[in-house]
Structure formats: structure tokens, C-alpha cells
Design a protein around this ligand. Structure first.
Ligand SMILES: Nc1ncnc2c1ncn2[C@@H]1O[C@H](COP(=O)(O)OP(=O)(O)OP(=O)(O)O)[C@@H](O)[C@H]1O
Length: 327
């Protein structure tokens, strides 16, 4: 029987970081589930808290965190309550991560082979070096790298940006993680290479049984690759649901505005800027977080920020007027 419970269940995740001007509210009570074997796309304007959410899942938090509340249940275990050494053992093993710039994760002094063998033997200590090398080579083939034997001997700077990202993907998947976090993994690449990497993700997902969180500015890309979508705004989630349905008929005015701008801009599905300012992270939530930019703001929206509420099968939106303005 397949397990229908979510792999990750985040409840009321709240994160403040202290700044000279007071606490910045970076995550404002996040409720989110990541389904088993699903790809969850996380979109939102710059500063909406996407990367902080990914860091919280790895419990790699900035040093100036002044408040951290809520729960991140991973297969039943609350990651926020896990002793530091156990969390360390999970990182890069049960939860792997791919960054926008692969050089942040690759040591320039070590070859690709050294990186890959180290990661593999940490995960599978029973592997000999020779076995780990063979497995690494096979993994490089899977991610479309030609001459893998030679590439294992290369240093990171000897590879192109696209190839380095393929190496990162190979490393991340070689440990067979339950969850792969990909934070804008194609943003630093040119459009052609970006398309190749997205096609690679799409192909690899057939073999990969874990879940993926794919953070992106690119709605078109998320639509192509992901099963589910989570739209973030000002440190809060404003809408979640199956990606095709959310994009076909959004139930939150912010998602609607993003889609409308995108159509106007015709910019290949990149997140367009909608008029008005993003919320100030220093301000307290005393009204709907989107009220100042929303075309449908009414008095009731100024009373409080609404929680996510069901708006259909598997769908949620944080808009008190959703049924009225986006039926
Ligand atoms: N350690 C910190 N101290 C103070 N403010 C922070 C800290 N880390 C992040 N922030 C602020 O929190 C907000 C969310 O940042 P985050 O990087 O998570 O957003 P993002 O959606 O990933 O943005 P981008 O798309 O630009 O990467 C931003 O306003 C950022 O300036």
C-alpha cells in the first residue's frame, strides 16, 4: 500500500531575524505540505522568503534569528527539535540541496571525483572507493555528461556552468535523498542551458522516487516541471494547490496579478513585477498582507490577515474574498 501521508508537513513556521531597525518577519506562519514523490514549485517575488524556507528545511539558519516557532515534520520527525548532530547527519543525505551557483557547494581544490566519492561514502559507508567511483561515473552518464571518466578528474573551474550544475544534480541524486531542495538551479545559466537542465530534471524524475522542492522566479518553468505550486508573498503563503489548476484558475488575487502581468509582459513566463511595493518585513501583520496592492481590497481585508483556507480539492488560498472575486 502506498503511503498517502505527506513527506513533510510544516505548521505555523515563523522566523524573525534581528536587524538594526528591529525584527524582520521573514516567515510569517507557514503551513505547507510536501507530498511523497511530488515536485513542489515555490514561486514569489524577490524577498518573499523562498530561500529562507529552504534553509529552514535544512535548519541552516542565519545567525541573527531572534524567533523560530512552529514545526517541520519530516516523515514524522520534527526537524526543529532534532539534536544538532542528528540534523547534521540528515543534511546532504536525507535532504539534499542544489543551489543557484554550484560553486558555492564545490570546493575549487577538489576534483569532481573527490566530491562525488566523499558524498557517496558518507551516505553508503560500505562502498569501497573503487565502487563509489564507478557509481559516480554512472551517475554522470545519467545526467548527460560525456566522457565521465575524464570529468571525474576535472576541477570545478574546468567545467562550464551548465556542466557544474549537472555535477551538482548527479551528486544530490546519488545519495538517494528523500527530499531534494533546488533553489533557482537554472537562474545563473543562459536560456539554452536552462532548458536543457529543466529537461534533465523532467527525465530524472522518472527514476527518482523522492520529493523535490523547486524554487523559481519562472512561472512557465514551474508549470512545465512541477506537480504542485506554492505562491509566497511577504513571508506568507497566499495560495497552494496542483500547479495546473492554480494556474488555470487562481483563487488568490496575487496569483491572478502575477499571471496577468506575465501575459502583458509576454516575457516567457518570468515573474513580472506587479505595481506597488512588496511588504516591509519589519511591519507587523495587522491586515491582509496583499491589501495595499490588491484590486479587490474591502474593509474586511483591513481587519486581519486571513489564514489559508480550502478553496477546492487539494487547494488553499489566503483570501477572505476569494469566492466572491475569483469564483
Ligand atoms: N539574516 C537575515 N537578516 C535580516 N533579513 C533577512 C535575513 N535573511 C533574509 N532576510 C530578508 O528576508 C526576506 C526574504 O529573503 P529570502 O532570501 O528568503 O527571499 P527570496 O524569496 O528567496 O528572495 P530571492 O528570490 O531574491 O532569492 C528578504 O527581505 C531578505 O532581505
Amino acid at each position: 500500500m502506498t503511503d498517502a501521508s505527506p513527506l513533510v508537513s510544516i505548521r505555523k513556521l515563523t522566523l524573525d531575524a534581528m536587524t538594526e531597525r528591529g525584527p524582520a518577519h521573514i516567515l510569517r506562519g507557514i503551513d505547507l505540505e510536501i507530498g511523497r514523490g511530488r515536485i513542489l514549485g515555490v514561486v514569489g517575488e524577490s524577498g518573499s522568503g523562498k530561500s529562507t524556507l529552504a534553509s529552514a528545511l535544512l535548519r541552516l539558519l542565519p545567525s541573527n534569528v531572534s524567533r523560530l516557532d512552529g514545526e517541520i515534520r519530516f516523515d514524522g520527525t520534527d526537524l526543529l527539535a532534532l539534536p544538532a548532530n542528528e540534523m547534521q547527519a540528515w543534511r546532504g543525505v536525507r535532504i539534499a540541496m542544489i543551489f543557484q551557483d554550484p560553486m558555492t557547494a564545490l570546493n575549487p581544490l577538489f576534483t569532481v571525483g573527490t566530491h562525488m566519492v566523499d558524498v557517496l561514502r558518507r551516505r553508503f559507508p560500505e562502498l569501497s572507493r573503487r565502487e563509489a567511483l564507478a557509481r559516480s561515473e554512472a551517475m554522470l552518464v545519467k545526467v548527460g555528461i560525456a566522457d565521465p571518466h575524464l570529468r571525474l578528474k576535472a576541477y570545478p573551474h574546468q567545467l562550464s556552468g551548465g556542466m557544474r550544475q549537472r555535477v551538482m544534480i548527479a551528486m544530490a541524486l546519488s545519495v538517494e535523498p528523500d527530499l531534494l531542495l533546488a533553489d533557482e538551479p537554472t537562474t545563473a545559466l543562459d536560456a539554452t542551458v536552462e532548458a536543457q537542465i529543466v529537461a534533465l530534471f523532467d527525465r530524472l524524475r522518472q527514476d527518482f522516487s523522492g520529493s523535490i522542492v523547486f524554487i523559481s522566479h519562472h512561472l512557465g518553468l514551474v508549470a512545465e516541471l512541477c506537480d504542485d505550486l506554492c505562491v509566497m508573498y511577504g513571508g506568507a503563503i497566499v495560495e497552494t494547490g496542483p500547479v495546473a489548476e492554480v494556474l488555470r484558475a487562481p483563487r488568490h488575487p496575487y496569483t491572478r496579478a502575477l499571471l496577468d502581468c506575465e501575459i502583458e509582459d509576454g516575457d516567457e513566463g518570468r515573474l513580472a513585477t506587479i505595481p506597488g511595493e512588496v511588504p516591509n518585513p519589519l511591519s507587523e501583520l495587522t491586515q491582509c498582507i496583499f491589501a495595499s496592492r490588491c484590486a479587490h481590497t474591502a474593509d474586511i481585508c483591513l481587519e486581519r490577515h486571513p489564514s489559508l483556507a480550502a478553496v477546492g480539492q487539494g487547494r488553499q488560498a489566503a483570501c477572505i474574498r476569494s469566492a466572491e472575486v475569483l469564483p
